[in-house]
Design a protein. Structure first.
Length: 336
């Protein structure tokens, strides 16, 4: 294992020369941010310069807090000229994951998502891993680089986030990386990042959700109207799952000409992904995992079925769409 890690590191370093300006491209989330930090550390004093560029608008409070507290400097891709960089690195993504990644030729691609067979001078894709941060920790160890407290904290937080505290599919390698990083991470700092998921403006939507909630047979429904960020729906849906009698939480909001529907459940003989697809798939993209799912429906499609400007009517429509479906678990038995 150590020999393979050292060989990967050697092939990674072989892609760069001392005069190179390097561009690291990410779709910014905790795993991508921390992994980009690790790449930057691996290339320290080995290249002329390194820039981290994100393709998305960073709005989530935890991501903004992570970058601020860990001192991560990054720019939006639209604000720079990519042609001035001799080498390009894509981390925690692959070129077909977003059209913004498509135009470039990459020298390095490192990712843990399903392999779409991208081309680059060096490609390291390991879909079994729970986080790219676990892979990058192996690179640091192969290079015999002891991570700084901020780097270790970022990688530590990324593994926790992408594995959802190891509730999602992971490998033993993720656990090993996590245990290693625990030695060097600043745990109170990691906790501050993890808990920074609320903006002051989001609080009004919790009040609205509580006032508009509909509770039926263990299922909590709430429509928030227009929201400044779809993450508000995620936060409210997770909040409702903390209520002792709630087994399903279904929260919706309108954002950027779409109706966003977030589904959560307690994981007992339920499948949120299947329910999202069967209830809303005909109106847009829908799917997810056993305990969490998401649907993004074009308002133009929803508008043919219901007056989405009327919150009560829309909530009734959502309830009917959900309850008319047969909720089946992985063993095929009806869900409750």
């Amino acid at each position: 294992m150590r020999r393979k890690a050292r060989e990967r590191l050697r092939r990674f370093w072989d892609q760069f020369a001392g005069s190179d300006q390097v561009l690291i491209l990410i779709n910014a989330d905790p795993d991508a941010i921390a992994s980009a930090m690790a790449v930057k550390r691996l290339l320290w004093r080995k290249v002329a310069g390194i820039t981290i560029a994100h393709i998305n608008i960073i709005q989530r409070p935890d991501n903004l807090t992570m970058m601020r507290l860990l001192g991560v400097r990054a720019v939006h891709l639209d604000t720079i000229d990519p042609d001035r960089f001799q080498r390009k690195v894509l981390i925690d993504s692959q070129p077909d994951h977003n059209e913004a990644f498509g135009p470039f030729r990459y020298d390095v691609i490192i990712d843990h998502h399903p392999d779409s067979r991208p081309r680059a001078g060096f490609v390291d894709i390991r879909p079994g891993y729970g986080a790219t941060a676990s892979m990058m920790t192996e690179y640091l160890r192969a290079a015999q680089i002891k991570p700084s407290a901020k780097l270790a904290t970022g990688l530590f937080h990324a593994i926790k986030t992408d594995t959802r505290n190891f509730e999602r599919g992971t490998l033993n390698e993720d656990v090993i990386a996590f245990q290693y990083l625990f030695r060097y991470a600043n745990i109170p700092l990691a906790r501050r990042i993890e808990q920074a998921d609320l903006q002051i403006g989001f609080l009004a939507f919790f009040r609205k959700a509580i006032q508009a909630r509909r509770f039926r047979k263990g299922r909590m429904f709430a429509h928030l109207g227009r929201v400044p960020n779809p993450d508000v729906c995620v936060l409210v849906a997770d909040f409702f799952m903390r209520v002792e009698t709630v087994t399903w939480s279904i929260v919706s909001g309108i954002y950027d000409q779409q109706l966003v529907v977030i589904l959560r459940n307690d994981g007992i003989r339920k499948n949120a992904g299947n329910l999202a697809c069967s209830s809303f798939g005909e109106f847009g993209s829908a799917g997810g995992r056993k305990t969490m799912a998401r649907a993004e429906l074009a308002l133009s499609a929803v508008g043919e079925a219901v007056d989405y400007s009327n919150g009560k009517r829309l909530t009734n429509w959502l309830i009917n769409r959900v309850e008319q479906r047969t909720w089946t678990s992985r063993d095929g038995k009806p869900q409750k």
